[in-house]
Design a protein around this ligand. Structure first.
Ligand SMILES: Cc1cc2nc3c(=O)[nH]c(=O)nc-3n(C[C@H](O)[C@H](O)[C@H](O)COP(=O)(O)O)c2cc1C
Length: 396
């Protein structure tokens, strides 16, 4: 009944509300003996933290992670891992004035209709603050995936209709929008600030790319990788759409324009595609190409501009939301989206290991596939480094 769990073999259960004492996560399915780096988890939480710039909510939360179980002498024990983050900077008084009013675009009415009771302070569990638990768990998944060469990059590609034209991953963490195009980030920043100053908000699009995912992840027919990633991403508050590869644009193309031609890569010996319009997934299973997803993020619903609403008793009213809110949610959604993608991939890697590990010699075959995969990455890396060395030598 309750929807507070995600994943089947690598599974998280989250708990906590915006104005409760703490938010937290219990992770099940972590193998024993894996290195556990609290610093790596804190680093990801710091990326999601409120108050990072004038373009995000000024709520001041240190978001310090506390590990309660499942870790001993810096390694996982195979027991459930529980992590919490305490709420420090709650201001429930900010919600006192509007506690009997529904916020348009927020979840007050639907929570009340469903449960018959709703925590109005910061939206309770419907608050964006709920995602802190996802990021703590996602950081763990990300670290394990990174150790296998799997890299997840999230970035804002559009805000208020302004689109990024360049992709320079080195600038993503250097601007408050988390955009890979420095110039577009500046324009986006001005648009967010203008909307904020008018008591309004803006939406945008966030992309997530995943490199070096082995072919074979995804469980047709109901747990296709596309289906589970969409589930993961659509479960984030304010996300209103998900597309993979060409996405909705594919509906306007011909087969010859949308298909990815297939070839055998002589350098790696792998079957690959010349283009990647499918976004790295075919038939619900990863094909070894980069996985490319984009999510549509709506403009923040809590705005100072006056809007029509009702009281909880149905009386006509007007509301102006004056609390501390993100004028654009995109930059803060980036680490959340990366986390949900990491959790989904971790779950599917675990499922694939179990599937392939059941037959005779399958464990060894699995190992060989992993080694082949790693060798292909190393070969590609070698090629890139050799090319860079060549360039430098020519200059000298
Ligand atoms: C990281 C993050 C931060 C958010 N910040 C705010 C905010 O400051 N104010 C707000 O009204 N909604 C914020 N939201 C969005 C609400 O959580 C969301 O709109 C609400 O739960 C209603 O759900 P829906 O938009 O998916 O229908 C945030 C969401 C995320 C993921």
């Amino acid at each position: 009944m309750a929807g507070n769990r995600f994943g089947s073999h690598f599974r998280i259960t989250t708990f906590g509300e915006s104005h409760g004492p703490a938010l937290g996560v219990v992770i099940d399915g972590v193998r024993p003996g894996m290195r556990f780096d609290t610093g790596a988890i804190q680093k990801e939480l710091d990326r999601r933290r409120p108050g990072q710039s004038t373009l995000t909510t000024p709520r001041r939360e240190p978001d310090t992670v506390e590990v309660l179980s499942g870790v001993f002498e810096g390694k996982t024990t195979g027991m459930p891992i529980c992590m919490i983050v305490r709420n420090i900077d709650q201001r429930p008084m900010a919600y006192e004035k509007i506690k009997t009013l529904f916020r348009p675009g927020h979840a007050g009415y639907t929570y009340l209709a469903k449960y018959g009771i709703a925590d109005y302070r910061g939206g309770g569990r419907s608050s964006g603050r709920e995602t802190v638990a996802r990021v703590a768990a996602g950081a763990l998944a990300k670290a394990y995936l990174a150790a296998r060469g799997i890299e997840i990059i999230g970035h804002t590609v559009e805000v208020a209709g302004i689109r990024a034209q360049e992709f320079d991953p080195s600038v993503i963490e250097q601007n408050p929008l988390r955009c890979a195009d420095r110039q577009a980030a500046e324009e986006m920043g001005r648009a967010v600030a203008a909307a904020r100053d008018e008591g309004d908000s803006v939406g945008g699009i966030v992309a997530v790319h995943v490199r070096n995912v082995p072919a074979g992840l995804g469980e047709p027919v109901f747990d296709k990788l596309t289906a589970d990633l969409a589930h993961a991403l659509m479960s984030i508050g304010a996300v209103k759409g998900v597309e993979f590869g060409n996405g909705f644009a594919a509906a306007r193309l011909r087969g010859s324009e949308n298909n990815d031609p297939i070839f055998k890569d002589p350098s790696s010996g792998r079957i690959r595609t010349r283009t990647n319009r499918a976004g790295g997934i075919a038939g619900g299973i990863s094909n070894g190409e980069e996985i490319i997803m984009r999510i549509a993020v709506k403009p923040t619903s809590s705005i100072r501009k006056e809007q029509e609403t009702t009281t909880v008793d149905g009386d006509a009213a007007h509301i102006s939301v004056k609390g501390r809110h993100d004028p654009c949610i995109c930059p803060r959604i980036v680490p959340v989206a990366e986390s949900m993608v990491a959790l989904t991939l971790m779950d599917h890697l675990t499922r694939q290991r179990m599937l392939r590990g059941s037959g005779r010699n399958a464990g060894r075959r699995d190992m060989l596939a992993l080694i082949d995969h790693d060798m292909a990455i190393l070969k590609e890396l070698r090629k890139q480094i050799a090319a860079a060395v060549g360039k430098r030598t020519r200059k000298v």
